[in-house]
Write a protein that binds this ligand. Structure first.
Ligand code: NDP
Ligand code: MG
Ligand code: MG
Length: 331
């Protein structure tokens, strides 16, 4: 088992006396900044005017432009959307960094794919909580935490690793455990996971199952319950106790069908195509497509989103969820 870092492993108080700027106040930004502040750190927010800026002020933070916050800070955590980071870095962050400052990320995309190339005298690290920002904040407030990964890309001062670990402690993650990775490993595995399994794989598996039932003449509402709604119950069991707990909890009929039909659906050629997806991530082909589309105003992104929003399963689900107000209650 790989080494896991806990509170007692963070022996250097590397953020003490340092001014921190968190750039962006969205999902991850609000969680990092509030948790660090609650742990006694000096945090300001760097952001454009708008909804998030107002929210940060409401939450009691001093809010500056990205350039001004960067100028004031020793450590700058960049938590704006990945596709915007390169432009904002070049225009507002890089010109305001000094030798010995540190920049940090919640995902390795721009450093790994070379759209941001920091000066050699800057520390570069990552702390990536393994959960959405609201969970990072909620677990922290309860006295717990979401685990995180950390990585050092550039250690100009010799302190980058200590600062990264201190940051992981500041967001709470060392309460439960932190793993070390590299920018390459985090970026490639994160993209692969979300594309092949978590987001792309799951949505398309569910849609294909839904279409199969509806095309065979079954009611769309019944199909929705069978292939989408119940997915949460199954995933919750896997989350709690792996495949074994899930398979223990379902009927023998369901478990038998799992073994007989799972491999008929997810065949070895599905795995071959997963390898193709991984190759496109590793070669940078996916990153280039995403970045080029962003630069053109995201025409492909918007077209693909519109197409998916029009799928029958969405309209059917919207109606059925009105019967189930509990689905949107916080657990
Ligand atoms: P969000 O979209 O939730 O938030 C982005 C924030 O950046 C908003 O506050 C937005 O403000 C601000 N912003 C956008 N553009 C600019 C700009 N040009 N100048 C200044 N501020 C800007 O982002 P996430 O928190 O989802 O993602 C941030 C990073 O964290 C990414 O690298 C992502 O990969 C990573 N990450 C995200 C996870 C998640 O669960 N969401 C999980 C792990 C990592 P405004 O309101 O004005 O738009
Ligand atoms: Mg991701
Ligand atoms: Mg059933």
């Amino acid at each position: 088992m790989t080494k896991v870092y806990y509170d007692q492993d963070v022996t250097v108080k590397a953020l003490e006396g340092k001014k921190i700027a968190v750039i962006g106040y969205g999902s991850q930004g609000h969680a990092h900044s509030q948790n660090l502040r609650d742990n006694g750190n000096d945090v300001v927010i760097g952001i454009r005017a708008g909804k998030s800026a107002d929210k940060a002020k409401e939450d009691g933070f001093e809010v500056f432009s990205v350039a001004e916050a960067t100028k004031q800070a020793d450590v700058v955590m960049i938590l704006i959307p990945d596709e915007q980071q390169a432009e904002v870095y070049a225009a507002e962050i890089a010109p305001n960094l000094e030798a010995g400052n540190a920049i940090a990320f919640g995902h390795g995309f721009n450093i790994h794919f070379g759209t941001i190339t920091p000066a050699a005298d800057i520390d570069v690290f990552m702390v990536a909580p393994k959960g959405p920002g609201h969970m990072v904040r909620r677990q922290f407030a309860k006295g717990s935490a979401v685990p995180a990964l950390f990585a050092v890309f550039q250690n100009a001062t010799g302190n980058a690793r200590d600062i990264a670990l201190a940051w992981a402690q500041g967001v709470g993650a060392t309460r439960v455990g932190v793993l070390e990775t590299t920018f390459k490993e985090e970026t490639e595995t994160d993209l692969f996971g979300e594309q092949a399994v978590l987001c792309g794989g799951t949505t398309h598996l569910v849609q294909a199952g839904f279409e199969t039932l509806v095309e065979a003449g079954y009611q769309p509402e019944i199909a929705y319950f069978e292939v989408l709604h119940e997915l949460k119950l199954i995933v919750d069991l896997m989350y709690e106790g792996g495949m074994e707990k899930m398979r223990h909890s379902i009927s023998n009929t369901a478990e038998y069908g799992d073994y007989v039909s799972g491999p008929r659906v997810i065949t070895s050629d599905v795995k071959d195509r997963m390898k193709d997806v991984l190759t496109d991530i590793q070669t940078g082909a996916f990153a280039k497509r995403f970045t080029d589309d962003y630069k053109a105003g995201f025409p492909d992104f918007h077209a693909m989103r519109a197409k998916q929003q029009g799928h029958q399963i969405e309209a059917v689900g919207a109606e059925l969820r009105k019967m189930m107000p509990f689905v949107n209650e916080q657990q």
